[in-house]
Every structure is written in structure tokens, then in C-alpha cells.
Design a protein around this ligand. Structure first.
Ligand code: 5GP
Length: 137
């Protein structure tokens, strides 16, 4: 079955896109734990990390590094969490391989049981702030 992330990758559902490569796409999570919460999604429709061809897994990690750096820089070089729910028993809800990047600005509590929502303006500003921190070239 086509996942909701495949529909986003195909442009059938809108997203606040941060960046895209041959094998992956990054966009803001629609219901963030904290503003700036970004998903890095493999373009191949596989749910599990070990099912990705190794060269695509390597490309995904390189892309992750680039996106995580931009998320961090967007919040003054803050720390961040980067994690994966690999399968339903691990908490995966969308069965399409993706990592979460969660900025952790100092002194800001993140409640991993609560989701926030953006206004359109907040979402666009957050996306622009992160995109502006991508390294050029
Ligand atoms: P997981 O599968 O790792 O448990 O979580 C899937 C994540 O995708 C959730 O954090 C959820 O908020 C996010 N998500 C689900 N549907 C959409 C969507 O249509 N657009 C965006 N941007 N994020 C989504």
C-alpha cells in the first residue's frame, strides 16, 4: 500500500520541504514535538532500515547529517535528537523508513507525549529558518 510519505514524495500531498536528494527527502513533521522537528524520509518505500540497499542507507545517512546540521544551526547550533522507530513494536506509525530530528535548545523541555501544531505562518517561517542554514553547493 502506498504510504502517506510516498504521496508527499510524489507531490500529491503538500509538505514544508526542507531539502531533497536522489534517495531522500526532508520536511517538517506536521505535529512536532517542538518547532523544527524534521523528518528525513527514504524515497524507497521500505519500512525498515535493514531493507534499504546499503548504498541508499549510506546516502540517507549523508543526507541526514546535512539536514541535522541545518536544524541545529537554525537554533543557534543547539543539540538535537535523531532517531528512528523501526517497525510497529518500536512505535513506528507510518510504515515508511524515516528518521526524526528534534532540536533541543538549552533550557527548553520537550515532552515526547505531546504534539504541537503550527499556524501556516509559523510552519513557513520555521521551514525558511532551517532552509537558510543548509550549506550551499
Ligand atoms: P512514526 O511513524 O515515526 O511513529 O511517526 C510518523 C510521523 O509522521 C509522526 O511524527 C507524524 O506527526 C508525522 N506525519 C504523519 N503524517 C504526516 C503528514 O501528512 N505530513 C507530515 N509532514 N508529517 C506527518
Amino acid at each position: 500500500m502506498t504510504s502517506i510519505f510516498t504521496k508527499i514524495i510524489r507531490g500529491e500531498i503538500p509538505c514544508e520541504k526542507i531539502h531533497e536528494s536522489n534517495h531522500a527527502i526532508a520536511f517538517l513533521d506536521i505535529a512536532p514535538y517542538i518547532f523544527g522537528h524534521t523528518l528525513v524520509v527514504a524515497k524507497r518505500e521500505e519500512a525498515r532500515l535493514e531493507n534499504l540497499p546499503s548504498e541508499e542507507a549510506a546516502a540517507l545517512m549523508n543526507f541526514m547529517q546535512e539536514i541535522a546540521g541545518a536544524v541545529s544551526q537554525a537554533y543557534d547550533g543547539c543539540d538535537y535528537n535523531a532517531f528512528l522507530y523501526n517497525g510497529p513494536d518500536a512505535g513506528q506509525e507510518v510504515p515508511h523508513l524515516h528518521f526524526h530530528i528534534i532540536p533541543r535548545p538549552p533550557g527548553v523541555m520537550v515532552n515526547f507525549r505531546t504534539r504541537l501544531s503550527y499556524t501556516d505562518d509559523e510552519r513557513q517561517k520555521t521551514g525558511s529558518q532551517i532552509r537558510a542554514c543548509l550549506k550551499k553547493g
